[in-house]
Write a protein that binds this ligand. Structure first.
Ligand SMILES: Cc1cc2nc3c(=O)[nH]c(=O)nc-3n(C[C@H](O)[C@H](O)[C@H](O)COP(=O)(O)OP(=O)(O)OC[C@H]3O[C@@H](n4cnc5c(N)ncnc54)[C@H](O)[C@@H]3O)c2cc1C
Length: 590
């Protein structure tokens, strides 16, 4: 069976050596001293290792079962959910006004990684609840906040997001679910939503569905869409639970992975709902939460890869096959461990350098969200909105690749189900699809985010990279191994952006055909920037810190710069080949 240990030391390095949180002017960061964050992360690690990780395989094997309209989660999930609630883990970064602990989103993100690595499917019940909490907190009336937020923060009630319909996934303008206004100010919601994560289950006494639907007078396409609160049980004045609402689960989907999370068809048969935010502005309301939600999915990409990597690393140390070509390392045994072989090392280095780089990128993005929300910093908000499609698309695609690489280290023993490794591959796959499929993230990046506010945010990103390089160029060790490769990658990305600017107006397909490559080259460059920053911090701490740990950090960073970052040149060449090679065949020739 697989195992998991929280990477507390790596997280502490990011929080204190790289981001230097206690020196930050963001509200609440000064309180995040080393002993406090170590205590929180270590405790979260214990819950992850002792409670959540042992349920990962159970969730995968047993899955969720629908019987007589009730969905049963896998054995042990209910008790584990209670542990999360009583430990206050569901309330960590929520507003104290509603029972939360008020910690920055950065801490919620670090702890979230630990829980997702241990059991992604389980953590989704709480993750979606946090999404509903954020939507109601941002767009709800005072009464809605008072009614729903304390219950969602405590996870006594859980939340869902209902966008998708059978004929309407990416293109939400095709939505058919209707909302008819009633005399008392409520709406009657009618329609079918599919693929709704945590749509029905037995972990909470009520489920608060946030449902996108079309109300009269809004016009065609996405403009007419509004967002509604539709509780499973209606809530009486005073907060007690009332009648069952007309929303039922039609089916629990059989699927490739995350079996422990109930993916439901939800039928709304004139269910009572209340408008959340402004009428016909539902898409805007959804979009304000998307940075947080997409960061959460991008996190799933590397968090599952981290768990897979940990298990590949232990297997590579234990499994005896072949001999080291430079001389036996286990001369008294029948063979050497896999880890002596350079190709296994390559695979482990790919995994390690990706996971640690992606963690740094995600923590940085979470800190930008804190800066924008807590300090009202528009530049931070602009930067994070540019980078979120990169973080989501790049990290989930690479995260899946790394889970496959980890499985490959196990050879055939990773493919059969006995050892639990194939679950990482199956679970990681969905993160590439939901919360906007990755091809669509790339379109969002190139079609919307690059030109947003006159291209101000992408220019700010290029400036940030340039300034970091300039400020540190005098450091010879940093320059050769880290800054020069970063400069080259950044130039490739700028050349690609220039190609889009020069060609997109007259040949829109030239930009669209290159959008996916652009997302990947941006991702590599972000991780290159993260590794350069981590290298700077590692050199700075070398005299006082754990030299073995810091030396390993530097070697891992050098690997990324030498072996991964040069991919930007290939992506640039693809982009500059334009749309012709992609669109050469007529549709009927496929
Ligand atoms: C396990 C699971 C859980 C989910 N949870 C939820 C949930 O909780 N709530 C919810 O509302 N939904 C949920 N979803 C739905 C998910 O968000 C959608 O499946 C996803 O957004 C893609 O929509 P689709 O499947 O209809 O694909 P489509 O929109 O049909 O897209 C198919 C493919 O075409 C590509 N594509 C589409 N349009 C374009 C374009 N204009 N240009 C280029 N490429 C394009 C896409 O990238 C994709 O690769 C879940 C799905 C699954 C499988």
């Amino acid at each position: 069976m697989t195992s998991y240990t929280a990477p507390v030391k790596d997280m502490q390095f990011l929080l204190h050596d790289v981001l230097q949180v206690t020196k930050s002017d963001v509200a609440g960061y000064a309180d995040l001293d080393e002993s406090f964050t170590a205590a929180v992360l270590t405790e979260a690690g214990k819950v992850a290792t002792d409670v959540l990780a042992p349920l990962n395989a159970v969730g995968d094997k047993v899955g969720c079962v629908l019987e007589n309209g009730v969905v049963r989660t896998p054995p042990g999930f209910k008790a584990a959910f209670e542990t999360m609630k009583t430990g206050g883990w569901t309330a960590l970064d929520c507003d104290p006004a509603f029972g939360g602990q008020g910690l920055p989103h950065l801490m919620g993100t670090a702890v979230g990684e630990i829980f997702v690595s241990a059991n992604m499917a389980f953590n989704m019940y709480q993750g979606l609840t946090h999404g509903a909490y954020s939507a109601i907190r941002t767009h709800g009336s005072a009464e809605q906040k008072a009614t729903y937020l304390p219950k969602l923060v405590a996870c006594d009630w859980t939340g869902t997001m209902n966008l998708t319909e059978p004929h309407c996934g990416t293109d939400l303008g095709l939505m058919r679910t209707r909302a008819e206004p009633q005399a008392d100010g409520s709406y009657k919601i009618a329609g079918t939503k599919i693929f709704i994560s945590a749509g029905e289950h037995d972990l909470a006494e009520n489920i608060i569905h946030l449902v996108l639907a079309k109300a009269p007078g809004g016009g065609e396409g996405t403009k007419g869409i509004s967002l509604f609160i539709v509780p499973k049980f209606l809530v009486n004045e005073g907060g007690s639970l009332g009648a069952r609402n007309a929303v039922t689960v039609g089916k629990v989907e059989e699927k490739m992975g995350i079996h422990g999370n109930a993916t439901c068809v939800m039928n709304y048969d004139g269910a009572t709902g209340w408008l959340l935010g402004d009428l016909h502005k539902g898409m805007k309301a959804m979009f304000t939460m998307m940075n947080e939600a997409r960061l959460g999915v991008g996190l799933q990409g590397y968090a599952v890869a981290e768990a897979a990597y940990q298990n590949a690393r232990s297997y590579a140390r234990d499994r005896l096959q072949g001999r080291d070509v430079t001389g036996a390392k286990n001369p008294n045994g029948p063979a050497d461990p896999l880890i002596v072989h350079p190709d296994i090392r390559r695979s482990l280095m790919d995994q390690k350098s990706f996971v640690e780089g992606a963690r740094a990128f995600t923590f940085w993005a979470a800190s930008l969200i804190d800066r924008s929300v807590r300090s009202g910093d528009d530049a931070a908000e602009g930067l994070v909105s540019l980078l979120i499609p990169v973080l989501k698309g790049f990290q989930t695609d690479r995260g899946f690749d790394m889970a496959v690489q980890a499985q490959q280290v196990w050879g055939g023993h990773g493919y059969i189900e006995d050892n639990g490794v194939s679950q990482f591959v199956r679970d990681a796959r969905i993160a590439q699809i939901y919360e906007g499929a990755n091809g669509v993230q790339a379109l969002d990046l190139v079609g919307r985010k690059l030109a947003q506010d006159g291209g101000k945010h992408v220019m700010a990103f290029f400036d940030l990279v340039k300034t970091f390089i300039k400020e540190n160029e005098a450091d010879a060790a940093l320059k050769t191994d880290f800054l020069d490769p970063l400069k080259k990658a950044s130039k490739d990305v700028q050349a690609a952006a220039m190609f889009f600017m020069q060609n997109a107006m007259k040949t829109p397909n030239a930009a669209l055909a290159g959008s996916y490559d652009f997302m990947l080259m941006m991702g590599h460059t972000c991780l290159g920037l993260m590794w350069a920053q981590m290298a700077k911090a590692a050199y700075a701490s070398m005299a006082s810190g754990d030299a073995d740990f810091l030396t390993a950090k530097l070697a891992t960073g050098r690997y990324y710069m030498a072996r991964q970052l040069p991919a930007t040149a290939m992506h640039l060449a693809r982009i500059e080949s334009g749309a012709d090679p992609v669109m050469a065949l007529p549709a009927e020739a496929f």
